[in-house]
Design a protein around this ligand. Sequence first.
Ligand SMILES: Nc1ncnc2c1ncn2[C@@H]1O[C@H](COP(=O)(O)OP(=O)(O)OP(=O)(O)O)[C@@H](O)[C@H]1O
Ligand SMILES: [Mg+2]
Length: 262
Amino acid sequence: MNQPPSSTESDTPLLEMRSIAKHFGGVMAVAGVSLRLDPGEVLGIVGDNGAGKSTLIKVLTGVYEPDEGDIRVEGRLVSIGNKRQSRQLGIEAVYQNLGLVDALDAAGNVFLGHELKHRVLGLTFLDNDRMAEEAARVLKEKVGIELEDIHAPTHHLSGGQRQAVAIARAIYATDLKILVMDEPTAALGPEETRHTLALMQNLKEQGIALIVISHNLDHVFRVADRVMVMRAGRAVATLSCQTSTKQEVLAHIVDAADIEAA
Ligand SMILES: Nc1ncnc2c1ncn2[C@@H]1O[C@H](COP(=O)(O)OP(=O)(O)OP(=O)(O)O)[C@@H](O)[C@H]1O
Ligand SMILES: [Mg+2]
């Protein structure tokens, strides 16, 4: 669990998004949302369909440019115009079924775009053995899974295993500081869900901060330190998972808490 801030260092959040707004035509998808995230912290984002959760995190990962608002990473004002810039700041997103090349195996995906090579008699070859070894090592040590067959094409892997490969790639490609997961457990069975939640805990222990969007409050409460509730493009509440209940969070999602407070 997150330590209370005690030193000056921990006063500067890892990430701060301030007054972010994004509209699509007449739809105000995100209407002035602010959030902060500390190193190794897990922030859940919940809310009804269309609340603006995915749009908000796509602003962070460089998919959309915000209409308003600013983003600070480790206290520094940054501009995130595309996915590459987001990645350079140590921010990555994984989606369960997106972003893997199905026909390639785990190593092919982990090293996609930055393949390891070796030279023999003046010719350059892909170093497939070293990539397979490295991919297996990262999967085991950093992500906490062992694949039965490291050479299996990823479309032969289960949803949870595919997600693990995508995370291994994120860890390998960058000095990963923030991992964004949009509905990481939505399509998983109970065993794979358990694995994915354990994997998140593992990443958190390595000091990687997570932003986890989910409709499943049980899953959110198992991994998150705090949970932010979005409704109609706004952040209507941010609650501690230690001191709040799922019922309270649910009440904010469906508007009852605000009606009660009024
Ligand atoms: N690319 C887009 N073009 C037009 N409208 C969009 C686009 N993306 C999202 N929207 C709209 O913005 C609003 C917020 O959508 P968003 O996908 O952020 O919601 P969400 O909270 O992630 O919902 P869900 O839980 O269903 O994934 C919705 O009204 C949606 O229709
Ligand atoms: Mg969404």
